[in-house]
Design a protein. Structure first.
Length: 79
């Protein structure tokens, strides 16, 4: 059975694309203007399977350090 692609918001698409050029597909905590990426956007991408938690930051445990999944990389490249 083929996996159904979930529709992405503009914010989710932008967020995922930022990980394409980063080592290991690391997704940013802040956008290009230095504003924090919304946790709602990050968690939505995790829930859809396009991002995954990478590790916990011991100094900032509330930060969601994530990376692209294989599906996330694919969706970021095709949309």
């Amino acid at each position: 059975m083929a996996k159904v692609m979930t529709r992405l918001s503009a914010q989710e698409q932008s967020y995922l694309r930022m990980g394409l050029q980063q080592p290991g597909g690391k997704l940013p905590l802040f956008d290009k203007l230095g504003q924090e990426i919304s946790s709602k956007t990050i968690l939505s991408c995790v829930d859809k399977g396009y991002a995954e938690r990478w590790f916990a930051n011991p100094l900032k445990p509330e930060w969601l350090v994530c990376r692209l999944t294989k599906e996330g990389r694919s969706v970021a490249l095709t949309r």
